[in-house]
Design a protein around this ligand. Structure first.
Ligand SMILES: NC(=O)c1ccc[n+]([C@@H]2O[C@H](COP(=O)([O-])OP(=O)(O)OC[C@H]3O[C@@H](n4cnc5c(N)ncnc54)[C@H](O)[C@@H]3O)[C@@H](O)[C@H]2O)c1
Length: 202
């Protein structure tokens, strides 16, 4: 059994991760850390093999650093913070860190298909649409923040007399759970201390 603690356990993603970890045959929930539950990450680290972090951009780096310093593998879904600093911490540690900006397998497939299209239709625009929690806005990507959205990406290619649009919609937070579970299962065996992107696990 893989013992999994969740940071941000009272949040929307954290609650879904707790349910997923409890339901899977090979994982058990080792702790729920969240200021809203009055439980600090340090209180649950001792009983965990892996910590899954879905918190906020200003706490994710400190949380992941605490995991790695304790020899606990970290799976990080929080977006909008400095990945270079986390890479530097992970590379000197005794545990592995896996980060995915998007845990939905369909979104990873969208990126792979886009790479196949791009050499043939190099003119393209990207639109990403999230609710207010979605950080990580990169210019010149068009960004939309509205209540009701979960996570949506659209890539529109334009060529002479034609356009080609492909879009992925996460319409429910459950869309991220197979990817999170995959990362929980694989993080301990990754060849590198720091890995970014679900495509590396598929
Ligand atoms: N990578 C992905 O696929 C993916 C998918 C969805 C959301 N996200 C990202 O996940 C993050 C969380 O999203 P959400 O919608 O669940 O947000 P949320 O606001 O619902 O939940 C965040 C939770 O983190 C808790 N928290 C704050 N500081 C903490 C700390 N130091 N330790 C432990 N818990 C702490 C808060 O109390 C809150 O309960 C955001 O950055 C969002 O962009 C990533």
């Amino acid at each position: 059994m893989i013992r999994v603690a969740v940071a941000g356990a009272a949040g929307r993603m954290g609650q879904a991760v707790c349910e997923t970890v409890e339901a899977a045959d090979d994982t058990e929930l080792a702790g729920r850390a969240d200021p809203a539950l009055d439980v600090a990450l340090a209180d649950v680290l001792g009983g965990a093999d892996v910590v899954v972090d879905f918190t906020t951009p200003d706490t994710a780096l400190a949380n992941a650093t605490a995991c790695l310093e304790a020899g606990v593998h970290a799976v990080v879904g929080t977006t909008g913070f400095d990945l270079d600093a986390l890479r530097a911490t992970a590379e000197g540690s005794q545990a592995n860190c896996f980060v995915a900006p998007n845990f939905a397998i369909g979104a990873v497939l969208l990126m792979q298909v886009s790479q196949a299209i791009a050499p043939h239709m190099p003119e393209c625009e990207i639109v990403e649409l999230h609710d207010a929690a979605g950080g990580n806005v990169h210019q010149p990507i068009h960004s939309v923040r509205l209540p009701g959205l979960v996570a949506h990406q659209e890539v529109i290619f334009g060529g002479e007399g034609q356009t080609l649009a492909i879009r992925h919609d996460s319409i429910d937070r459950r869309s991220f759970m197979p990817g999170v579970l995959l990362a929980v299962r694989k993080v301990g065996g990754l060849p590198d201390r720091f890995t970014v992107g679900l495509e590396n696990l598929l």
